[in-house]
Design a protein around this ligand. Structure first.
Ligand code: MG
Length: 416
């Protein structure tokens, strides 16, 4: 519980000292609002959502504690979906996270609860419940996820450049180096490649593949050897192209090649993996344990990358990581969340032995980076390429509302 929230939770105690309650009355009030072990008996009273550089959820309780959650990507319809969750949330204890999550998921089996928008909306709610649970119990979320196996969470920088003709390239690459990142990632898929013959078909021709390889060569020769490199193809190419690109990139010793084919055909992904020494990574468009099960069973990838703000939630990410651990497969979460979501991810990854590295996507352009630093009152949560999960209760960062409100687009939704 944060100092502020502790104050509101125990405000009855202060009032009693002022004579507003008798000692007997205070004792009864405390009994009613806590268990015999002093755990608070909270009830959820409201849930509200906002669209602010991502999708944010706040869950309110009868004792003044508020939980913050975040969802990404598949959240266009999330406000309406979460309105449908209200029945499962109201008057429930936010400490029973698994029970609420399972009730909402199973009640949505015919409403798309297997993946996509339903799961992303549930994810944002689940994260807010963990934030509440941590605040109520006075514990950081990592403590509720099994405890830390590491203090510092390694972060890689989505580079913002990949092109030797980009006049800003030097600046962005210097930024990666100066800020202490140990890994970067670039995108090599290009629907606008001038050598394309057909904008619908996704077989890359020789010239396109040459352009892709040149982007990797440019980054590899521009970055110090100590900074590792990964490459994303965003699941846009066919199987033959994916295999050719994976083979051509072998000399660069990438950390991974991401989504060389779309995520939905697991056998095709396994074909790519078996055809190359380049490690294959996939998962930002895969949901929950059931989505990752077959990837792991079929050994279709070298690395999994669920997005923790989309895959089902913090505990679900922990379960996916544990499932992967039984296949000796590392987890490298996708992320484009705000510092609130990024810190929630850091709490879980602090607890996962097979965590490899997590994404950071706010580096380009410089204006976006400035917004990242202002988003929470704690400032920039990345220090020298690492995030440290704080010891404060819950997620442990507080939205800088004054700065964030300024970024609301006209007609934007603010916790309605
Ligand atoms: Mg990707």
């Amino acid at each position: 519980m944060s100092p502020t929230n502790r104050r509101s939770f125990f405000r009855g105690a202060g009032a009693a000292l002022c004579g507003a309650f008798s000692l007997r009355g205070l004792s009864a009030a405390m009994q009613e609002s806590t268990t015999q072990y002093q755990r608070p008996k909270l009830k959820i009273t409201d849930v509200k959502t906002a669209n602010i550089q991502g999708f944010h959820v706040r869950i309110y309780t009868d004792q003044g504690l508020i939980g913050e959650g975040e969802g990404v990507d598949a959240v266009g319809g999330a406000p309406g979906i979460i309105a449908g969750f209200r029945y499962s949330l109201m008057n429930q204890s936010p400490l029973n996270v698994e029970a609420i999550w399972e009730r909402i998921r199973t009640s949505g089996i015919f409403a798309g609860a297997q993946a996509g928008q339903f799961t992303a909306a549930l994810t944002a709610v689940e994260i807010a419940l963990w934030d509440l649970a941590g605040k109520a119990l006075g514990l950081p979320i990592y403590q509720l996820m099994g405890g830390k196996v590491r203090d510092k969470i390694r972060v890689y920088c989505d580079s913002g450049t990949d092109n030797r003709n980009d006049p800003q390239a030097k600046v962005f690459i210097q930024q990666i180096v100066e800020n202490g990142f140990t890994m970067a990632k670039i995108d090599i898929d290009n629907a606008g490649d001038p050598s394309r013959f057909d904008r619908v078909n996704w077989t890359a021709n020789n010239a396109e593949i040459d352009h892709m390889v040149d982007k990797v060569a440019f980054m590899r020769e521009s970055l110090p050897k100590t900074i590792e490199l990964a490459v994303d193809m965003h699941g846009r190419y066919d199987l033959g192209t994916a295999k050719r690109v994976a083979r051509e990139l072998e000399p660069f010793k990438l950390v991974w090649l991401e989504e060389p084919v779309p995520a939905e055909n697991i056998d095709a992904m396994r074909d790519v993996r078996q055809s190359t020494h380049t490690p294959i990574c996939c998962g930002e468009n895969v949901y929950m344990r059931w989505g990752f099960r077959e990837y792991l069973e079929k050994h279709a990838v070298d690395i999994i990358m669920p997005d923790v703000q989309k895959c089902g939630g913090l505990l679900e990410a922990r379960k996916i990581a544990d499932l992967a651990h039984t296949y000796y497969t590392p987890i490298a979460p996708h992320s484009q969340a705000s510092p609130i979501g990024a810190m929630a991810t850091a709490h879980v990854m602090a607890c996962c032995p097979n965590f490899l590295v997590v994404e950071w996507h706010w580096g380009h352009p410089a204006q976006r980076w400035a917004r990242w630093k202002e988003f929470v009152q704690e400032g920039d949560i990345i220090q020298k390429g690492y995030i440290t999960a704080p010891d404060r209760p819950g997620i442990g960062v507080v939205m800088n509302e004054e700065a964030v409100r300024k970024t609301l687009p006209p007609g934007g939704r603010w916790f309605e």
